[in-house]
Write a protein of this length. Structure first.
Length: 365
C-alpha cells in the first residue's frame, strides 16, 4: 500500500510539473518556429531563379530593395556614415589595399516574381506596380509607343548623367567585404562614370549621338544631389534641345545586417550585374503630368533588354517617385547592380544596357 501511495504521489508531482512547465515549453517552441519561419522566408527570397512574392520588399535592408537613395538624402547622419570624407576635400579615392572583413558577400540571381503587385510585360520582363493604377491599365500603356522619335548620326539624342556619381562597387569577387569602405569614390574609373562610359560607347557605335555628363552631384555633400543634378540636366537640355532621352545611372544598395547582395546574371559566359529601371508616377503633387510617357519608354527598354539577355533585369519599379523625370518624356533612372557587385560586373552590365538601348531606340527613327 505504501509503495502504491508513493508511486501515486510521484505521478501527481510529475503531472503537476508538466502543467506548470507547459507555458514555458510552448513559448520556446513558438519562438523557435518563428525563427525557423523567418529564416525560411529569407532563404526563399535569395534562392536563385525562384519565382516568389517578396514579403520584405519594403525593407531596404533585405531583398530586393525599392531603389537606393530616394529618401536617403533627408538624413545628414546617413550621408556621413555612407561616405567617409577624405582629408583631401577635392577627392574621395578608391582604396588601394583591403582588409578582410567578417561580412559576407552573397551572390544571387533574382528571378520572376508573383503576387498582385507584379505583372508580366507582353514580350519579356516584369513590372512591380506600387501605384493606384491597375495592372491592366499599365499593361495597355506598356504596348504604346514612346512619345519621342530618334534621329541617327545627327544632333545629340541621349543624355547620360549621374545624380549619385560617386557610387561605387566591390573591387573583385570575394567572399567577405571590407566594412571600412563606404562604396563611394570620385575616381571616374571606379564609380558610375565607368558604367555610363560603357553605355555611351554602345549608343555611339549605333549612330545615336550621346552626351555623357560626368558632373559630381553628391560630393562633398550628398544632400541636395537631385536638386543639383536637375540644374545640370536643365542646362544641357537648353544647350542641346535635340535631346530626347535622359538616363540617370545609379547603383542600388542591397544588404542585410552582416551581408551584401551581389545580384548577377550570366550573359554569354560572363557575369553581369542585374539591373532595375525605376519609372516615377505622379500622385498629383509632383508636377510630372507626362509620367506615363516615361513609363512607356521604360517598358520598351525593359522588354528589349530582357529579350536580348534573359535574366538580366529585375522588375521595373513603378512608384510615386520624381527623380527629375519631369524634364523629358524619355527620362528614366537605372540601378546597375548593388554595392555588392564588382566593378567588372557593372561595367559589363553598362555595355549590355547600351547595346539593348541602341536596338530599342533605333526602332523609333
Amino acid at each position: 500500500m505504501r509503495r502504491r501511495a508513493r508511486k501515486k504521489f510521484r505521478m501527481i508531482i510529475a503531472f503537476s510539473g508538466i502543467i506548470l512547465l507547459s507555458p514555458l515549453i510552448a513559448s520556446v517552441v513558438i519562438k523557435s518556429m518563428d525563427k525557423i519561419s523567418a529564416a525560411a522566408n529569407l532563404l526563399s527570397e535569395i534562392t536563385v531563379g525562384e519565382e516568389t512574392s517578396c514579403s520584405s520588399c519594403n525593407d531596404i535592408n533585405y531583398f530586393p530593395s525599392e531603389g537606393f537613395g530616394w529618401n536617403y538624402e533627408e538624413s545628414e547622419t546617413a550621408e556621413t556614415s555612407e561616405m567617409q570624407i577624405s582629408s583631401d576635400e577635392n577627392k574621395q579615392p578608391y582604396p588601394e589595399n583591403w582588409d578582410i572583413g567578417e561580412g559576407q558577400v552573397i551572390q544571387t540571381t533574382y528571378g520572376k516574381y508573383s503576387g498582385t503587385q507584379y505583372f508580366n510585360l507582353e514580350k519579356a520582363g516584369q513590372v512591380k506596380n506600387l501605384t493606384s493604377h491597375t495592372n491592366d491599365e499599365l499593361l495597355k500603356q506598356s504596348k504604346m509607343r514612346p512619345q519621342f522619335s530618334i534621329e541617327l548620326n545627327s544632333e545629340p539624342q541621349v543624355l547620360i548623367m549621374h545624380t549619385h556619381t560617386t557610387e561605387s562597387f566591390e573591387p573583385y569577387e570575394r567572399e567577405f567585404f571590407d566594412s571600412s569602405f563606404g562604396y563611394r569614390t570620385t575616381d571616374p574609373s571606379k564609380n558610375m562614370v565607368m558604367v555610363g562610359d560603357a553605355i555611351a560607347e554602345q549608343l555611339e557605335n549605333a549612330g545615336i549621338v550621346t552626351i555623357h555628363d560626368t558632373t559630381i552631384h553628391d560630393y562633398p555633400s550628398y544632400n541636395g544631389s537631385y536638386d543639383r543634378s536637375a540644374e545640370t540636366v536643365k542646362t544641357l537640355l537648353e544647350e542641346y534641345p535635340s535631346i530626347k532621352v535622359v538616363l540617370d545611372i545609379h547603383r542600388d544598395a542591397i544588404a542585410s545586417e552582416n551581408s551584401l547582395v551581389q545580384p548577377v546574371a550570366e550573359i554569354d559566359g560572363k557575369k553581369a550585374s542585374q539591373i532595375m529601371i525605376i519609372s516615377g508616377c505622379d500622385d498629383g503633387t509632383m508636377g510630372m503630368p507626362d509620367y506615363m510617357y516615361n513609363f512607356r519608354f521604360a517598358c520598351m527598354l525593359q522588354q528589349q533588354m530582357e529579350s536580348d539577355y534573359p535574366g538580366f533585369t529585375r522588375p521595373i519599379l513603378f512608384d510615386y517617385r520624381k527623380y527629375n523625370q519631369n524634364l523629358t518624356t524619355g527620362s528614366l533612372l537605372i540601378e546597375v547592380g548593388s554595392h555588392g557587385n564588382t566593378l567588372e560586373q557593372s561595367r559589363y552590365a553598362g555595355e549590355l544596357i547600351g547595346k539593348s538601348a541602341a536596338k530599342a531606340l533605333i526602332t523609333l527613327k
